[in-house]
Ligand binder design. Sequence first.
Ligand code: COA
Length: 164
Amino acid sequence: MAMLTNEESKHARWCLGPNPKSLDDSSVEVIKQLFLDQTGERYARESVRTLPIPEWGGNLVLLDSNDMIRGLLWANQFSEDRVRIVAFAIDSDFKGKGFGSKAWDLLIEAASASGHREIQLEVRGDNEFAIDFYKKRGLEVVSKLEGYYQAGIGYVMRGPIQTK
Ligand SMILES: CC(C)(COP(=O)(O)OP(=O)(O)OC[C@H]1O[C@@H](n2cnc3c(N)ncnc32)[C@H](O)[C@@H]1OP(=O)(O)O)[C@@H](O)C(=O)NCCC(=O)NCCS
C-alpha cells in the first residue's frame, strides 16, 4: 500500500461518531476490516452494530480527507465512576502520527466533564505497544483474563482519569 504523505494525514480529524446501530453497511465493513487488521479480532456485522456505544465525547471516529473512517475510539459510561474502552484502533497509514494520543486526550476530557473518575479496558497480553501506551497514561494491570481472547491471555487495565 502506498505511504501517505504528511499533507494527506494532516487533514484527518477526530469527530463524534454515531451510535454503531445506525452505521451504514459500508462503514460497518470498514470497521470490521480495521478491527481485523489492527487487533486480529473478527467481528460479525451485527456484533459491530450491537456494541453498546452511545453518542457522547467518548465515541470518536478518525475521518480522512474523503470522510473515510481510518480509526475509532469507542468508549462507554460503564458506571457512574468508570468509563470503559470497548475498541481503539487506527489504520496503519495513520498510526504513529499522534492521532492515538489525541483521541485519548479527547476521551479523558469528556470523561472528566461527565464526572467519571476511572478508566478501564481489556488488552491482549502480547500487545506490548498498547500496554505501554496505557501505562504511560497512568493505567495498571488489575487482573488477568483467561479465555477472553482466542490468541492467549489478556489483561484488564485500570487507572484514574487524570486531567492536565
Ligand atoms: C494503540 C493505537 C490506537 C495508538 O495510536 P497511534 O496513533 O499509533 O498513537 P500515537 O501516534 O499517538 O503514538 C503513541 C505513542 O507511541 C509513540 N510512537 C509512535 N510511533 C512509534 C514508533 N514507530 N516507534 C516507537 N514509538 C512510537 C509515540 O511517540 C507516542 O508516545 P507516547 O505514548 O509517549 O505519547 C494504535 O497504535 C493502534 O491502532 N494499534 C493497534 C490496535 C491496538 O493495539 N489497539 C489497542 C487495543 S486495547
